[in-house]
Design a protein around this ligand. Sequence first.
Ligand SMILES: NC(=O)c1ccc[n+]([C@@H]2O[C@H](COP(=O)([O-])OP(=O)(O)OC[C@H]3O[C@@H](n4cnc5c(N)ncnc54)[C@H](OP(=O)(O)O)[C@@H]3O)[C@@H](O)[C@H]2O)c1
Length: 235
Amino acid sequence: MNPDKATKAYLNSQKKLSKKLNIEYELITSKTEKELMDIILKLNKDESVNGIFLAQPLPFDSHKIISYINPKKDIEGITPFNLGNLIYNKSYFLPCTADSIVRILNSFTKLDGKNVAVIGRSVIVGIPVSILLSNKENNATVTICHSHTKNLKDITINSDIVVVAAGVPELLKKDMVKPDSIIIDVGINVENGHIIGDVAEEVKEIAYVTEVPGGVGEITSLILFENLTKTILYK
Ligand SMILES: NC(=O)c1ccc[n+]([C@@H]2O[C@H](COP(=O)([O-])OP(=O)(O)OC[C@H]3O[C@@H](n4cnc5c(N)ncnc54)[C@H](OP(=O)(O)O)[C@@H]3O)[C@@H](O)[C@H]2O)c1
């Protein structure tokens, strides 16, 4: 399979970071679902392999493929086992991007009682970050938005924090946000050879916006490698 441009950019940054950290990194590609499943089963058994990262989106049934990954090597925290434990607030591996967003927010604001709009309901970003933000450690009140949400602007303009994970350039505009609110731009889009997020540049005039590239994605990659080190301690 040929990864899209955004995925290619992410894989490249992973490769560079693993080289810096002296970690062996191998990019394996497959052409069919069967081939991919066989590769995962082999990696599960291989004791020299600590972590498995699956580049998405996949042209196959993602749930089926992800279910094959050994949860102990699931450094992305996306297997049904680890995501199920997330609901109990007992996951050993949190989904990296969701974890990254929550760590960024906790580093400069109190989430308790805040109103958060999350745009996007994907299994790897939107839903897990909504669960994490509304758990009893963070205590935020979350509204999950998606492509069927009516009056998105009414929700975002009344939110203290907006997490945008839609993959739509300039989805969030200046007239949709509250002054001095915090905007977490998760989007990675490639336009004219440049990586841009989901938030229009003009939003920075009135709100605090994380950078793309250099914001959530960078912390996500670091968490991925943190999870890799945690595989050694997994019992
Ligand atoms: N920085 C990082 O570490 C990182 C990690 C992963 C992904 N990403 C990036 O984050 C973005 C989202 O990734 P993903 O995997 O979550 O994508 P995804 O699976 O395509 O999900 C996108 C979500 O956005 C919603 N959406 C799309 N257009 C919308 C609109 N106009 N209004 C409201 N909601 C809308 C979709 O709604 P429906 O459910 O109704 O279709 C869907 O829930 C992508 O740009 C991706 O490259 C970044």
